[in-house]
Ligand binder design. Structure first.
Ligand code: NAP
Length: 316
């Protein structure tokens, strides 16, 4: 299977794929298209190509991101369908489950398609459901990388992200451990999560950073300065909660616009992210094949410049 195949799904979970009839134009092209508003390719670290619309594998675990999902077969189906739909960037973490997200990915997809990039993370521990506690001690992170390699059945992790900077450990020490793992060939590229431009600058004094994963969506643009930094430096920006997480996106103007474009709010929000920046790599998460198909079809939503002005105004 090639990664850049046509995403044969429909918008709004059933709308017909036809151009015209509204001011919406569908991109009847493969995801290899290079326009910023589509699922074009971004090269992580300059040498790891990924289609920009990825998949977040946090929601395939149990309640509270804890344990196994109630329907394990369904979780495997979601992962396999994601790859069928052209996803070649899957975001996960040792903390999701913990462990179960990585284990499910291996169970569903190993041996992996050649182009599949699994981006995992370490540095957050899980005392219980819904609880997340940073641990950035170098010896702990070294162990995390080794364990993720085993669970994912990989020899090298393409993108390893420091899940959180631990306020109790100097960042240089945490990243120093990841640098050693990189030098040992166990990690290809390193990314950060929930960081400011100043923190990225500081991290880059230790080792090259290729991506940043911060909370960001059309209704929450708190990390705009970090996005601007990533654009300038050509770092991938992976917005988490790209469709609002648990709460969703509740905005009347957005809902009205989505209706006018025959898309769902989620699709318009994802299409806006892809349009917002060429370094944007959204990783929407779901435990549902139907939602996954709806989300992936968002890459085909193309609006006119005039329409984007309207949506940008809602977002600002
Ligand atoms: N770096 C970090 O600190 C951090 C933190 C949180 C998350 N993440 C990563 O970011 C990814 C995405 O974040 P997220 O899962 O919190 O938020 P999200 O992707 O914005 O939203 C996921 C939520 O939206 C629902 N959903 C998905 N598609 C839908 C659709 N088409 N229609 C209606 N509801 C839909 C999901 O429920 P259903 O399962 O019912 O579809 C789930 O409750 C995670 O999977 C994880 O990989 C990273």
């Amino acid at each position: 299977m090639t990664r850049r195949k046509f995403l044969g799904t429909t918008l709004a979970g059933g709308a017909t794929l036809v151009a015209g009839g509204s001011n919406m134009i569908f991109a009847a092209k493969s995801s290899a298209a290079t326009e910023p508003g589509t699922n074009s390719v971004f090269r992580l670290g300059g040498d790891v190509p990924v289609s920009r619309l990825g998949f977040g594998a946090m929601r395939i675990t149990g309640e509270g991101i804890w344990g196994w999902p109630a329907d394990r077969g369904n979780a495997l189906k979601v992962l396999r369908r994601a790859v069928e739909l052209g996803v070649d960037l899957i975001d996960t973490a040792d903390a999701y489950g913990p462990e179960t997200s990585e284990l499910l990915i291996a169970e569903a997809l190993h041996p992996y398609p050649k182009d599949l990039v699994i981006a995992t993370k370490g540095g957050l521990t899980r005392p219980g459901p819904g609880q997340w506690v940073p641990n950035g001690r170098p010896e702990y992170l070294t162990q995390c990388v080794e364990k993720s390699l085993k669970r994912l059945q990989l020899e090298r992790i393409d993108l390893y992200q420091l899940h959180r900077i631990d306020p109790k450990v100097p960042m240089e020490e945490s990243l120093g451990a990841l640098k050693k793992m990189q030098e040992a060939g166990k990690i290809r590229h390193v990314g950060l999560s929930e960081v400011s431009p100043e923190e990225i600058d500081r991290a880059r004094k230790v080792l090259p950073i290729v991506s940043v994963q911060n909370q960001y969506n059309i209704g929450n643009r708190r990390w705009e300065k970090t996005l601007t930094y990533c654009e300038k430096e050509r770092l991938g920006f992976m917005p988490w909660s790209p469709i609002g997480g648990n709460r969703g996106l509740k905005d009347n103007a957005l809902e009205a616009a989505a209706k006018d474009y025959h898309a769902s709010v989620v699709q318009l929000a994802l299409a806006w992210l892809l349009h917002r920046s060429p370094v944007m790599l959204p990783i929407p998460g779901t435990s549902s094949v139907t939602h996954l198909e709806e989300n992936m079809a968002a890459a085909k939503l193309k609006l006119t410049a005039e329409d984007w002005k309207r949506v940008d105004a809602i977002a600002s």
